[in-house]
Ligand binder design. Structure first.
Ligand code: ATP
Length: 651
């Protein structure tokens, strides 16, 4: 900050100014009156400050008066002026003159009068030495004149004292004013400091604002650039929008065209749907007719049919040991068993022929597929809601298991009737889905050994439970076996897994129980529950596929212990099966189902309203002739039976 003199500040200040200074504005050395410096020097330090402001000219005012006196004295005494130097106030005469003229005009008047009196008393001539009187008179005059001068100077002195008092008063006033001004100055300085601080703050703020503004300017520049980019993007989007709108218009036109087309198509679909409905109805009627005709054929054929299958000679078997089996006609229904027997009289040997005719005869080279083709319609009946039961009857080793299940190393070609039937059932069920049919399947697999039931889906080690055949309820004729595994299956693969595990469980038994599998009946059952929501139809049927125990008769003399018991049990159940079929054929009031576990379990599938098929399996070996003959005779009896008309289990 610039250090300006305080008076300069006062000159620009708007604070009130004392009247004595109002016209002078600035207190200068010219305006100050003459001051008694002796007294002035005795004043306080504050006064000293003022003294410093008083120019030297003021100090010279006193020596001026003394100088006049000194000059006059020198003139009187005739000595050279020394007093002026003695006073200690040496000032140039010119400055004394300036003070006299400008600073104190009021004092000069009495002094002027005094000086004129001194001048008047000085004579122009010198008195002669002898004129002592004259000289005394002159001296007296001089004394008188000096007295006057003293008197005048006393007056001057009084006047000067008055002036000095006035000046002192003025000085006091000025001091007060100065004090006020100082305090104001202090206040102003404080104000100024505050203002300066504010100014600094403002400058700082300005700087900050400037930097902020620079940043904002940059931001604005960036934003302007962004705006430009956005505008460009907007323009390109507008172009896209235009093209999209154009496309939309085209699409709308296309859409309305398509709508018209859809309308026409819908009408077409309506017509077609009606047509489909009519055709479906027709198809349904045809299906019903098919089932009816199928049933009629079954009836004509008899509800129980018998197929004879002769197994081929195995590699391990002797070719010479071949039995005399002939297939005389091409109708695939006849079979002739012949051998040379002794005549009645015992002298001659004669060829004896045994003719048999069945629903179908399969020679040794018949494939599994050919056999299944003949039973597939029967299997289909199970999906239609008929109980179906297929047996394999024959002596041990005649090919029953091969026919029903297939060989151990099963392939697609050698698959037996059970896996083929399962395959067909699931395939047809899937096809019938489009006609509104949905099916639920439940499988079980058991064996009957010595008139006891065993679950083939459970490992033998876990079989410590009793299996009892019971009716589901008093009003429901359906049967179930307690503790037996009834497994819900949804695909043929799931059933194949069950068949495999049953085979494994059975093979364990085979080694531990002396080929028990040949001595037991194995029964695979698949319950098929169909539902047609559209037509509110339900079907419920059981497909039973049975591999019967070997039917050979053992020499009673050789049968002992368990073997005898087994044989008796097998013979009992097989003969009971024959009895049941005969009773059905005879339309007996009592059918002896309860005589064996086999007939009791299969009673619902052995009724007149069910469909039955018996495979009679024959060994080609000559050594098995008698057993083959027995089997064929049994099968012929069954084949002669007419057990009634099959009925669909439909609600
Ligand atoms: N049609 C056939 N083609 C080829 N091999 C056959 C045929 N039928 C049976 N076999 C074979 O004959 C043998 C005996 O057949 P399988 O075991 O099926 O007789 P089984 O009557 O079931 O005997 P078991 O009462 O002891 O079970 C098996 O090795 C089997 O592979």
């Amino acid at each position: 900050m610039e250090n300006k003199p305080p008076f300069a500040v006062k000159a620009t200040s708007r604070l009130p100014v004392p009247s004595s200074l109002r016209n002078k504005r600035v207190l200068s050395e010219e305006n100050l009156p003459a001051i008694d410096m002796k007294r002035f020097c005795e004043s306080s330090a504050e006064e000293e400050m003022i003294h410093r402001r008083i120019p030297a000219s003021i100090a010279t005012t006193r020596p001026k008066a003394l100088a006049v006196a000194a000059v006059t004295r020198s003139q009187v005494t005739g000595r050279k002026s020394v007093s002026s130097t003695r006073s200690g106030f040496r000032a140039p005469a010119s400055s004394a003159r300036v003070v006299n003229k400008k600073a104190i005009p009021s004092i000069s008047a009495p002094r002027t009068a005094g000086s004129s009196a001194v001048v008047a008393t000085v004579p122009g001539k010198k008195r002669a030495a002898w004129d002592l009187k004259g000289q005394v008179s002159d001296m007296r005059d001089k004394v008188t004149s000096y007295k006057d001068k003293v008197h005048l100077l006393s007056g001057d002195n009084v006047q000067l004292r008055r002036n000095m008092e006035e000046m002192q008063q003025r000085l006091d006033t000025l001091r007060v004013e100065n004090k006020e001004l100082s305090s104001r100055f202090c206040m102003l300085e404080t104000d100024m400091k505050t203002v300066q601080e504010k100014l600094q703050q403002s400058i700082h703020q300005v700087k900050e604002l400037t930097s902020l503004s620079t940043g904002q300017k940059q931001q604005i520049t960036d934003q302007l650039q962004t705006i430009q980019e956005l505008q460009e993007a907007k323009q390109s989007l507008c172009r896209l929008l235009d093209s999209a709108e154009l496309k939309l218009k085209q699409a709308e036109q296309e859409n309305s065209h398509l709508r018209d087309e859809t309308k026409a198509r819908r009408a077409q679909i309506g017509d077609l749907q009606q047509e489909i409905q009519e055709k479906e109805e027709k198809l349904h009627m045809q299906e019903m007719d098919r089932r009816h005709l199928h049933n009629v054929i079954q009836e004509l054929k008899g509800n129980i049919r018998v197929f004879c299958r002769v197994r081929p000679l195995l590699k391990s078997e002797d070719q010479k040991n071949l039995d005399q089996i002939h297939f005389p006609l091409q109708d695939k229904k006849s079979l002739v068993l012949s051998r040379t027997e002794e005549s009645h009289i015992g002298r001659e040997k004669e060829d004896v022929k045994y003719d048999f005719s069945f629903d179908h005869v399969f020679p040794p080279l018949s494939s599994q597929a050919e056999v299944f083709e003949e039973i597939s319609l029967l299997v289909q009946s199970a999906l239609d809601g008929y109980h179906v039961c297929i047996f394999a009857y024959g002596q041990t080793g005649s090919g029953k298991t091969y026919t029903m299940e297939g060989p151990d190393d099963m392939a697609d070609e050698t698959m037996g009737m059970i896996p083929r039937a399962v395959d067909q059932i699931f395939q047809h069920a899937a096809e019938l889905k489009s006609r509104g049919w949905t099916y639920k399947f439940t499988a079980n697999f058991l064996e009957i050994y010595n008139e006891t039931l065993q679950d083939l889906l459970v490992k033998r080690s876990e079989k410590n439970v009793d299996y009892e055949i019971k009716r589901v309820s008093a009003t429901n004729e359906e049967l179930h076996v307690t503790n037996l595994q009834y497994v819900a299956v949804a695909s043929k693969e799931e059933v194949y897994k069950l068949l495999h595990s049953a085979k494994m469980n059975r093979s364990v038994a085979k080694t531990s129980l002396n080929d028990r599998s040949s001595r037991s009946h194995s029964i695979f059952q698949l319950r098929i529950e169909g539902r047609n929501e559209m037509r509110d139809l339900k079907t419920n049927a059981v497909l039973s596929l049975v591999d019967l125990a070997g039917s050979e008769r053992l020499d009673k003399s050789l049968s002992k212990g368990d073997r005898l018991k087994e044989t008796q049990a097998i013979n009992s159940s097989l003969s009971n099966l024959g009895l049941v079929i005969t009773s059905l054929s005879n339309k007996d009031t009592h059918i002896p189902y309860r005589n064996s576990k086999l007939t009791y379990l299969l009673q619902n599938s052995l009724r007149g309203n069910s469909k039955m098929l018996m495979f009679v399996n024959i060994s080609p070996l000559g050594e098995n002739f008698s057993e083959s003959l027995n089997s064929l005779r049994f099968a012929s009896k069954v084949n002669e039976c007419v057990v009634g008309t099959a009925q669909v289990n439909r609600k």
